[in-house]
Design a protein around this ligand. Structure first.
Ligand SMILES: CSC[C@H]1O[C@@H](n2cnc3c(O)ncnc32)[C@H](O)[C@@H]1O
Ligand SMILES: [Zn+2]
Length: 441
């Protein structure tokens, strides 16, 4: 047999596939060519089958699909730690929105996005689903870094620095959507902010365009009891009921947070195929409530994981988020078997891909999918002894153990060195923003 020329052969100790059988393979290799996985087989066999231009030997690492952070506001990295220990509405109305009105221009969004993307690559995220003003600046930062992203085309009733209102947001969003058609790493979703900030007419328009373009809709929904109570007082309806009446709930809809859910609402989400994006650390920090993840999963709802922005988390660490999700699910369900490690890992990978409609291409390590993957060092003192690599990833691994991050076969981090971004320059720029933002009364 003539060996096949390929770009890259990776030979780790474990491959955690996150495929439908949750296969964990030992002493297997991953062959990558033309951005995609072309083979997964025992290392001894791969060495005969391929002539790789590059081989990466990872004798104490596990290789797994890159994390998909299914809800972010990446530019908010520059507001990290600015307003802590507050409930959502006080945090938003009295701290975050005023800071955004003062600072969130195109340069802020680009610089914040770059900083966040560096943090994400260093912690094993290969794809994020974003919602923020000046999305074209987030696009620029993502393109410079080489990361995959779903860019939110935002919608909100009031004027912001990015536009005068719904009509302009739609027009700018559509122009950006058109421009991204030729970009293999970037997709779009409509991102109406929340039921309490977007009225029916713009929601109708968003739904109409999302159906026409066949793209997802991504929205904060039922984040707090206050949100639900206020909507009931004002309209006699819970927000979810209103969204259902408007026709938004289907398999293209990503409902973020969902801490307030009745059993009937859970059944409705399952029936409609709506995805839930769980952000446990943001919900804990803002004391927003608890998403009933075990009940949702049992009902057949696809639940993916997001960090939310750096101003409410305050990190973008999907390993940490997985651990929190697995632990809090047990407390909420009062059942130690709720959300076992394998399920938490699926929430951080393949379930995010499903929510974004990208599961044919990413979310698991399988032949034909893009080589979006990470290597995690499980040979450390803290990870020893090791009986089950998936258990360690969820319950006992910190982000510093991520050694390599690849997107579409390109290394964005190798041996903890970023290849497309300059860490020292990013720290300097962040400190520059800190001086401006921190010293303004
Ligand atoms: C329309 S751009 C996004 C908008 O959302 C704000 N935001 C960040 N986190 C949350 C959250 O948890 N709930 C509601 N809104 C949030 C962000 O500051 C931007 O203004
Ligand atoms: Zn959010």
């Amino acid at each position: 047999m003539v060996p096949m020329d390929i770009e890259l052969l990776i030979t780790p100790e474990w491959i955690i596939t996150v495929d439908s059988d949750n296969q964990v393979l030992r002493h297997h290799a991953i062959a990558v060519d033309n951005s995609r996985i072309v083979g997964i087989m025992p290392t001894s066999e791969a060495e005969k089958c391929y002539t790789p231009r590059q081989t990466v030997a990872l004798p104490q690492q596990a290789v797994l699909p890159g994390f998909i952070n299914a809800h972010t506001h990446v530019a908010m990295a520059l507001l990290k730690g600015l307003a802590d220990d507050l409930p959502l509405m006080d945090w938003l109305q009295n701290h975050i929105w005023p800071a955004e009105a003062r600072w969130a221009d195109s340069t802020f969004v680009h610089d914040g996005a770059q900083l966040a993307i560096a943090e994400m690559i260093r912690s094993g995220t290969t794809c994020f689903n974003d919602m923020y003003f000046f999305p074209e600046a987030t696009v620029q930062a993502a393109e410079e870094a080489g990361i995959r992203a779903c860019i939110g085309l935002i919608m909100i009733d009031f004027p912001t620095r990015w536009g005068s209102g719904p009509e302009e947001y739609l027009q700018k969003g559509l122009a950006l959507h058109d421009r991204l058609q030729t970009n293999p790493l970037l997709t779009t979703a409509f991102a109406p902010h929340a039921p309490y900030t977007v009225s029916d007419d713009p929601l109708h328009k968003v739904l109409h365009l999302a159906c026409e373009l066949d793209i997802p809709i991504h929205m904060h929904v039922h984040e707090t009891a206050f949100e639900v109570g206020q909507a009931q007082e004002q309209s006699g309806m819970r927000p979810l009921e209103r969204l259902e009446k408007l026709g938004l709930l289907d398999k293209h809809f990503l409902a973020v947070h969902m801490t307030q859910l009745s059993d009937a609402e859970i059944a409705l989400l399952a029936q409609k195929g709506t995805h839930v994006i769980h952000c446990p650390e943001s919900n804990l920090k803002l004391a927003s409530g608890f998403c009933p993840v075990a009940k949702l999963t049992a009902a057949g709802v696809n639940v993916a994981l997001g960090t939310d922005g750096n101003a409410s988390n305050n990190d973008l660490d999907m390993l940490g988020e997985m651990r929190t999700a697995a632990l809090i699910a047990k407390a909420v369900a009062q059942d130690a078997s709720a959300i076992p490690a394998t399920q938490a890992l699926r929430m951080a990978t393949i379930n995010g891909a499903k929510a974004l409609g990208l599961d044919a291409d990413i979310g698991s390590l399988e032949v034909g999918k893009f080589a979006d993957m990470i290597a995690v060092d499980l040979g450390t003192l803290e990870a020893s002894p090791l009986y089950d690599p998936v258990s360690h990833l969820v319950y006992c691994t910190s982000r510093e153990q991520v050694t390599h991050t690849w997107v579409a076969g390109k290394a964005l981090m190798a041996n903890r060195q970023l290849t497309t971004l300059d860490t020292t320059a990013l720290i300097a720029k962040a400190r520059d923003w800190q001086q401006h933002i921190g010293e303004t009364p």
